[in-house]
Each structure stands twice: as C-alpha cells, then as structure tokens.
Design a protein around this ligand. Sequence first.
Ligand SMILES: [Zn+2]
Length: 161
Amino acid sequence: MAQPSVKALGEVGLETGDKIEMEVLELQLRIAKRLDKPAIIHTPRKNKAVITAKVLKLLDRVGIDPSLTVVDHVTSEIADDVRRSGRWMGLTIQPAKLTVEEAVKIAMKYDGSMVMANTDTSTEPSWPQGVYDLEQSLNDIGAKEVARMVVYQNARSFYRL
Ligand SMILES: [Zn+2]
C-alpha cells in the first residue's frame, strides 16, 4: 500500500458497527493516515444514520484528514452530517441505494463541491451507466459545471490524479 501506484484504501467501513468492525476499521484508517493515502468509507443501507455517526466519530478520533476521506453511499438522510464533517461525499447510483434524481438533488444542494459519483457494482442489482445518467441529468438542467465536478474533476482531485 505504500507504493505510489496504490491510490487509496478501500472501500472499508462499517456494516453493523459492532466491536470487531470498529476495531478493524480503526486499524485500517491508521494505515491510511500513516501512509497519507485517501480512504473510501462504506456506510450501510440499514441504520445508515446511526452507523454513519459512528463512522464520522471514529474518523475524528483517528485524526485522519477530512480531505483524505470520502464517506460513500451518501443519501439525503446523512448528507448534511457528512457535509458538516468536512469529508467528501460518495453518491452511489444503484437501484437499492440512490436514484439519479436523488443524486441530482444532493449534487445541486452542494453545488457539486466535495461530491463524487460512482456505481459501486456489487452483489445487489446494479446500474453500470449510473454515473453517465447523472451527468446527462445534470447537463439537462444546465448544471454543466456541477456535472463536470461530480463525475470527473472531484475524483481527480481526491485521488490525486
Ligand atoms: Zn460499500
């Protein structure tokens, strides 16, 4: 992971937020911090607000730079909490996670600032063209700069590309 070709840690994160998950995540975050690598942090579908609060608290306790962490699978339920933390938001366009319409609302609310889109192809039904669809939807409402940031430029900045 110390090699320059390794761009980030993750995604890592919490699913249930139990003791062992918390311990493992803390160790993973300490590695990312020591190596000065960005970290992608998963949040679950279930108990999202409660588990995200645990994640944010742990990130603060570890003292990992907010600009080096993206809290993934953000919904409108947790978006303000993530924004207040100063950390990046990952918007996952996927049927069971976030629709394009919901992603447009969140992206526009924050003018695309510190927001990144992904599709997170997983074991659940996925939508591989979700990022493209989000870009098109943002362009359709005249938000071309927000689109550019959310589907391209912000990821380049975060991953230092
Ligand atoms: Zn995830």
